[in-house]
Write a protein that binds this ligand. Structure first.
Ligand SMILES: *Cc1c(COP(=O)(O)O)cnc(C)c1O
Length: 377
């Protein structure tokens, strides 16, 4: 099955009980048992729900793993994955990870004894230096947010195996349509499905896929024990969103290419960050491990003041956190998505006050470029 077909026919794409061509919403908490333990695969919806199961089977297939899990948000998915570890364990993470990922590691999980170190994982030697005797995993985000740095997943996964560590990849930005971390050697993939997979700014959800039966058992145990599951309505919305992922991403990619070219030629733009640009420091790795460069672009307009002026002028780019939906969004990471990262750390990372991030949507690209042009001028 090719990729666009798999988005539509993968997983459990219709209901064997009724023949319904879209999988129904099983809005139900508990299931009748014929005798104690005599159920048809479902007993209680925290443990398993048919609609959630259909989604979990779909993401499992799309990522090429052994089992999929759906959670109430991307952060719930990541937290559940981190619950595979114990007090006293240590995890290495990409330095410019999503702000919420940084926060949960340094303000919540640290209190439970899970220690973390943040390094620029785009350079493998930084990972080697950070490995300690209690290190259990490397958590990569690639491309990163908002600077769109790329880590070579295959290289890191190999290095991780040599040191007996798990490789976890946050695949939110690329989605399985562009990038398949498990094929490249990763053990666990996590998603904020709120973004491209949902794709319509109408659902908050998280997904995780693991590549071994052992990890599947362990993560299901955590999911069922801690209970941060995705409900059936939102599971349905995600399945619906995923069906059009291919066409959405292809179109967004084309729009993004045109916008990047425009931004590079504009005198009020100091710098453009996009892995599809040939001079991007990780362009070759991006080309090797992904089929598309994505719809996220960051650019520097020099100051917070300039950024504010730009924001006040754009019509089609909605000022909002989040990304990956049909409508184009614009944000200032330093004061929005990355505000939970301390100022001096942001400076170290290069997340300046004049850095603007856009998530390119599905509007006509001529309108989007005209909008940016007016605002930049
Ligand atoms: C949004 C996001 C998250 C968090 O997901 P939520 O669904 O908002 O909880 C994690 N990682 C990345 C890369 C994200 O963009």
């Amino acid at each position: 099955m090719k990729r666009k077909t798999q988005l539509i026919h993968g997983g459990i794409s219709n209901d064997p009980a009724t023949g319904a061509v879209t999988f129904p919403i099983y809005q139900v908490s508990t299931f009748k048992q014929e005798g104690v333990g005599g159920h048809k695969g479902f007993e209680y919806s925290r443990t398993g729900n048919p609609t959630r199961h259909a989604l979990e089977e779909l993401i499992k297939e799309l990522e090429g793993g052994k089992a999929g899990f759906a959670f109430g948000s991307g952060m719930a998915a990541m937290t559940a994955v981190m619950m595979l570890f114990n007090s006293g364990d240590h995890v290495i993470l990409t330095d410019d990870v999503y702000g919420g990922s940084f926060r949960v590691m340094t303000k919540v999980l640290n209190r439970l004894g899970i220690d973390s170190t943040f390094v620029d994982t785009s350079k493998a030697e930084n990972i080697l230096t950070a490995i300690k005797s209690n290190t259990k995993a490397i958590h990569l985000e690639t491309p990163t947010n908002p600077l769109l740095k790329i880590t070579d997943i295959e290289t890191v996964a190999k290095l991780a195996k040599e040191h007996n560590l798990l490789t976890i990849v946050d695949n939110t930005f690329s989605t399985p349509y562009w990038q398949n971390p498990i094929e490249l050697g990763a053990d666990i993939v996590v998603h904020s499905a709120t973004k491209y997979l949902g794709g319509h700014s109408d659902v908050v959800a998280g997904l995780a896929v693991v590549n071994s039966e052992k990890l599947a058992d362990d993560l299901h145990f955590v999911q069922n024990s801690t209970g941060g599951i995705l409900g059936p309505q939102d599971s349905y919305l995600l399945i619906r969103g995923i069906r059009t992922l291919g066409v959405r991403l292809e179109e967004m990619e084309a729009n993004t290419k045109a916008i990047v070219e425009f931004l590079q030629g504009h005198s009020n733009v100091k710098k453009v960050y996009y892995p599809g640009i040939e001079t991007h420091p990780n362009h070759q790795i991006a080309k090797k491990q992904t089929r598309g460069f994505g719809g996220m672009v960051s650019f520097d307009v020099g100051s917070a003041e300039n950024a504010d002026k730009l924001l006040s002028k754009v019509k089609y780019f909605t000022l909002a956190e989040s990304l990956g939906a049909v409508e184009s969004l614009i944000s200032v990471p330093a004061r929005m998505t990355h505000a939970s990262i301390p100022a001096e750390r942001r400076a170290e990372l290069g997340i300046t006050d004049g850095l603007v991030r856009i998530s390119v949507g599905l509007e006509d690209v001529e309108d989007l470029i005209e909008d940016l042009e007016n605002a930049l001028n």
